[in-house]
Design a protein. Structure first.
Lengths: 147, 170
């Protein structure tokens, strides 16, 4: 092959990787609120014994998810900072059918359930704290005295 | 709640190491891709197996194999990182679960196996195609911090291509 073409192809492959990386950086961790109209009752997910009054933050992880422990720490901190919010980790390692049913392609994935168990938001990748806080603010009305 | 957030028995790695290992891998993968594109494939098996692109991928294959089968720390690039890079970085050493990057090494081992087999069999640009995937994955690992190999795990399980292993200590 002509050296010029070989170098062009190699550069092209690296550029593809760079574009993939930029797209991933721009999209990862964003809160999506245009989501399927799903409602999760207690017992419908492993470990979901009860719904928190404000929001339940469900983290889907696997054994091989490097970012999941940090994501769970963020969710736990948010839950501590505000009442009525509870974190829950669901390990998909041995439950691929659940991943299929819920259309989960990557871990971490976070489902934000409102007080009635309705899916209010969905996050693919490590959650962006500010966007998640904004969704929680919208879901959980501030008490009168703090306005 | 938070059932397996901390698995005490899980091995851990310096969380900066996978990106450096990815960086070294990227350099070798780019070189083998370029050589595979530049050089016409040899007519004889001996010629193909002794070609520089084959030898470069063989080095990657052995490295991925060491990391996959003996543990992350046995990867020669991880050794280079420990000797040359880690002493210059800040302490304390941040750590993370060793299993996701080790799974990614297994993905790299599979890709380089395909590259070697295709090249030995005389398939034109077979090695280049497989090396291209290694270039993309190692670039994302090194420069973006995105572990493609780790992400592929869930897709493979979902597709029924691999069976989930028994959790190590859950």
């Amino acid at each position: 092959m002509q050296p010029v073409i070989a170098i062009a192809i190699t550069t092209g492959v690296v550029l593809v990787a760079a574009v993939l990386g930029l797209v991933w950086r721009a999209r990862t961790g964003r809160v999506r609120t245009t989501v399927a109209d799903w409602t999760f009752a207690p017992g419908s997910l492993p470990g979901l014994d009860a719904l928190a009054g404000g929001a339940t933050l469900v983290l889907f992880s696997t054994e091989y998810c490097a970012q999941c422990p940090a994501a769970l720490r963020l969710l736990s901190r948010l839950a501590q900072e505000r009442g009525e919010v509870a974190p829950l980790e669901v390990d998909l390692t041995n439950d691929p059918d659940l991943a299929k049913r819920l259309g989960i392609l990557q871990t971490p994935t976070v489902f934000v359930l409102d007080g009635d168990g309705r899916l209010a938001g969905r996050i693919g990748g490590s959650p962006r704290r500010d966007e998640l806080v904004a969704l929680l603010d919208a879901l959980i009305p501030l008490p009168e005295w703090s306005v | 709640m938070a059932s397996s957030a901390t698995v005490p028995a899980a091995p851990r790695v310096d969380s900066r190491a996978p990106r450096w290992v990815g960086g070294f891998t990227f350099v070798l993968a780019v070189a083998s891709l370029l050589l595979a594109l530049l050089r016409p494939i040899e007519a004889t098996l001996a010629g193909r197996v002794l070609s520089p692109e084959f030898v470069l991928v063989l080095v990657l294959w052995l490295s991925f194999g060491a990391g996959t089968f003996l543990g992350n720390g046995a990867h020669p690039f991880a050794w280079v990182y420990r000797k040359l890079v880690q002493p210059r970085l800040a302490r304390p050493v941040p750590t993370e679960d060793a299993r996701p990057p080790r799974f990614a090494l297994a993905v790299g081992f599979s890709l380089t196996t395909i590259a070697l087999v295709l090249h030995a069999a005389g398939v034109p640009f077979g090695l280049a195609a497989a090396a291209g995937f290694v270039v993309i994955a190692s670039f994302l690992q090194a420069f973006v911090g995105y572990c493609l190999g780790c992400q592929i795990y869930l897709l493979l399980v979902r597709g029924g291509l691999i069976r989930p292993q028994v959790p190590i200590a859950a």
